[in-house]
Design a protein around this ligand. Structure first.
Ligand SMILES: NC(=O)c1ccc[n+]([C@@H]2O[C@H](COP(=O)([O-])OP(=O)(O)OC[C@H]3O[C@@H](n4cnc5c(N)ncnc54)[C@H](O)[C@@H]3O)[C@@H](O)[C@H]2O)c1
Length: 307
């Protein structure tokens, strides 16, 4: 029997299925103890992680038996995939398995922010009656700009079109035939920035996307868009975002991901009650349904891999 280490939370039913096929060490808090993982990883043929366990070169160098890394999610910024490939270790993500969950978060945030519900809510709860203090708009006929048109981008596209939004997207790597299939206009990054009423980011974090949204880019936003980032924190420069909001280059923002997680005090202290914004602790992809789907998907992949 092969040995499998699980260092972060996984659906218990799936852990029990794995236990019938493998020797499983399930310790959902082990990601906090890098030294322990470094010491023990040499005993395991497979490891299953979420986004907190760091599988970088120094750990992989100790993983002499390791053949399979299962990632309970999508982003791979905590895993040195290239080095794993050099060492003939298969890295398996659960691509697309939480796309519905993230897409619903994006639509929910867009509606909440474009209607200024946060601000109406704040004042009404204080006993005020601010019916004309803020404007409320519809998503219908607005231009919805997607940066990245992969699994999540496509789902968001379908959902917001049901609200009558017109979708444009920047994704230089995508098959241009999808333009007709999805009734979306593929265009330049600059056009998405310039003409969108809502901009949502769905790209991986890498050397091309780090700091992609910076003061220079915010300065080109003519429609005072709502900005939504569910991808990775470092894609949006947090200082520049706060300045852009204060200077009214954007009219609201939703962030589910941050440069440092948990979000740092120096950032969240900048956010006051009068901001039209949502900040959440990296949960847009985490629902009961997606957690189960992701765990089931990776469970099947581990079993098939070692069969
Ligand atoms: N917050 C969460 O809970 C959560 C959950 C799932 C995914 N994510 C993040 O969302 C990101 C997107 O997920 P996905 O499933 O849609 O990924 P995906 O791989 O299906 O799609 C990514 C798309 O981005 C495009 N792309 C790559 N580099 C680009 C660039 N420089 N400019 C424009 N487009 C570019 C690709 O061509 C691809 O179509 C992931 O990388 C992950 O970091 C976050």
């Amino acid at each position: 029997m092969k040995n499998i280490l699980i260092t972060e939370f996984m659906n218990e039913e799936c852990v029990n299925i794995l236990k019938k096929k493998f020797h499983v060490n399930y310790d959902k808090n082990m990601f906090q103890n890098e030294e322990k993982i470094k010491k023990e990883i040499s005993n395991y043929e497979g490891i299953i992680v979420r986004n907190k366990t760091q599988l970088q070169k120094s750990i992989i160098d100790n993983a002499s038996k390791l053949k399979f890394v299962g990632r309970l999610g999508v982003g791979l910024d905590n895993i040195d995939k290239k080095y794993c490939e050099e060492k003939n270790i298969h890295v398996q993500t659960a691509a697309g398995m939480n796309a519905d969950s993230v897409a619903e978060y994006v639509v929910g945030s867009s509606l909440y922010l474009i209607k200024n519900i946060a601000l109406f809510n704040n004042d009404t709860r204080k006993g005020l009656w601010p019916r004309s203090s803020f404007n409320s708009r519809e998503l219908k006929d607005k231009i919805f700009g997607l940066i990245g048109f992969g699994s999540i981008g496509k789902k968001v596209c379908n959902l917001v079109q049901n609200f009558g939004a017109k979708v444009i997207s920047y994704d230089p790597y995508i098959d241009k035939n999808l333009q007709n299939k999805f009734d979306v206009k593929f265009t330049t990054f600059d056009e998405v920035i310039k003409i969108s009423d809502v901009i949502s980011i769905h790209v991986p974090l890498n050397e091309k996307t780090i700091n992609l949204l910076n003061s220079n880019v915010f300065g080109k936003m003519t429609k005072k868009p709502i900005l939504i980032n569910t991808s990775r924190g470092s894609i949006v420069n947090e200082n520049d975002l706060i300045n852009a909001y204060k200077k009214k280059f954007i009219s609201g923002f939703a962030l589910d991901v941050f440069e440092k997680e948990p979000v740092e005090e120096k950032f969240y202290k900048e956010i006051v009650e009068t901001f039209n914004c949502i900040i959440t602790p990296h949960i847009s992809g985490v629902t009961e349904e997606s957690s189960k789907k992701i765990s089931e998907f990776i469970t099947n992949k581990v079993i098939n891999f070692f069969n």
